[in-house]
Each structure stands twice: as C-alpha cells, then as structure tokens.
Design a protein around this ligand. Structure first.
Ligand SMILES: Nc1ncnc2c1ncn2[C@@H]1O[C@H](COP(=O)(O)OP(=O)(O)OP(=O)(O)O)[C@@H](O)[C@H]1O
Ligand SMILES: [Mg+2]
Length: 220
C-alpha cells in the first residue's frame, strides 16, 4: 500500500517558491533518503508530509488522507496515531523527564500504564538511553536529546516516520544504531521511513533522492 503519494506538490513562502513540483511515492516497508543542501527545502517537505503545513498546489495523500482537504483536527489525529516526526531541532518538553517525554504520545493515545512503561523502557534501552529515564532534557547531551526525540517518534509504532536530519548530532556508531532501528521498523512493522540529510554521500534504504531547485531527483 502507498503511504505517501505526492504529485506536483508546490509550497511557497510569500513570493518564494520553495518546493516547485514534488513527485514522490513512499510505500509500506520502504526506507527513503532525501539529500539536500541547507535551505533546499527539506524541512518544508517534512512539514508537508507530517501535515503540519499544507501544499499550495498539487496532490498529496498521506496514509489515505488528502492533505489539501483534511481539517486540522483530522490532520492532528492522523499525526498522533500514525505518524512519527523527528523534527530537526529534536524539541523536547523541558519540564518532563526523558521517560515522560517518550511516554506522552502513548498517554494521549489512551494506552494503559503497564504497557506504556514497558514500551517506553524498551525503546529507550534500544537507543542506549536505559540509564537516562529520570533525566531532564537540559541534563542530556545533544545526541542524547536527539535519540530521545527518535524514541518518542517510534514508541507509538507509527505507519510513517519522517526524520529530519536524525543523525546531525550523532557519532558514526550511534548513527548506525539508529539507522538499524529505522530499517527494522520498516522490515518488521511495514512502517514507511523517510529521512533527510545534508550529507551528500549518505544513502539509507532502498531509494535516495536529491532535493534540488524545489524538485526531487532520484540518485539510486
Ligand atoms: N516559515 C517560513 N517563512 C518564510 N520562509 C521560510 C519559512 N520556512 C522556510 N523558509 C524558507 O524556505 C527555504 C527552505 O527552508 P527549509 O527549512 O525547508 O530548508 P532545509 O533544507 O531544511 O535547510 P537546513 O538543512 O538548513 O535545515 C529557505 O530559503 C527558508 O528561508
Ligand atoms: Mg531543515
């Protein structure tokens, strides 16, 4: 099944057209990398795919929802239930512990406490954060914060993961660990994964595109 279908998607900020005609199909179980230089429009694209922003032109379907017609409530509901977004600045809630930050989506989804506890522990341990459950975001390194944000995005077992430069604060070994977590979610859960990067040599998964002059060009 197609998780994302984008055809001729255009996004403008005032007079500036950032995305000029994005064509992309992302299917269940696929991992796709989008490379692009700073300012090329990666975050803009991520915000469309997670329904935080809407296209100005073109067609965009995300998990069966028409991004140009859906209400804000429908978009929020879909995002909560089925989309895991790791935003570029891995924003965490400063007054909540690591555990509580990662637990939050499960609480909002009404998942019972015992299951919440086991799932939160499992993902945090998987990402090497088993000893940081009670820390607050300001007590963590940048790379640790980034992994907490990744944990929060995957803990609900989403159908679509959009990770905007998820390796930007990680060393090579930790990046490989996180990459393997994404691949496993695609392989075992059939989740569709899209990651962006400014690293023009990085290629994670089955297809890689370059975002250039507002369009996607397939590299591999
Ligand atoms: N809210 C906004 N209002 C006006 N212009 C914006 C807005 N958001 C982004 N832009 C512009 O759109 C272009 C693409 O920005 P975007 O953040 O998508 O790039 P990016 O590829 O994610 O860059 P980086 O690698 O630095 O994060 C930039 O020229 C930016 O100035
Ligand atoms: Mg960006």
């Amino acid at each position: 099944m197609e998780t994302v279908i984008a055809r001729g998607v255009v996004k403008r900020y005032g007079a500036e057209t950032v995305l000029r005609g994005i064509d992309l199909t992302l299917r269940e179980g696929e991992v796709v990398t989008i490379r692009g230089r700073s300012g090329s429009g990666k975050t803009t694209l991520c915000r469309l795919l997670t329904l935080l922003d809407r296209p100005d032109e073109g067609a965009l379907m995300v998990l069966g929802l028409n991004a140009r017609e859906a209400s804000d409530d429908e978009a929020s509901r879909l995002r909560l239930e089925k989309i895991g977004y790791v935003d570029q600045y891995y924003t965490l809630i400063p007054w909540l512990t690591v555990f509580k930050n990662v637990e939050l989506p499960l609480t909002l989804l009404g998942i019972p406490r015992s299951e919440r506890v086991s799932r939160v522990r499992e993902v945090l341990e998987m990402l090497g954060l088993g000893r940081k459950l009670d820390s607050y975001p300001h007590q963590l390194s940048g790379g640790e914060r980034q992994r907490v944000a990744i944990a929060r995005a995957i803990v609900k077992r989403p159908r679509l993961i959009v990770a905007d430069e998820p390796f930007s604060s990680l060393d090579d070994e930790t990046s490989s660990l996180v990459a393997e977590v994404f691949r496993r979610m695609a392989r075992e859960d059939g989740c569709a994964v899209l990651i962006t990067t400014t690293d023009l040599s990085l290629s994670l998964g089955s297809r890689t595109y370059m975002l250039k002059r507002g369009c996607l060009v397939q590299c591999t």
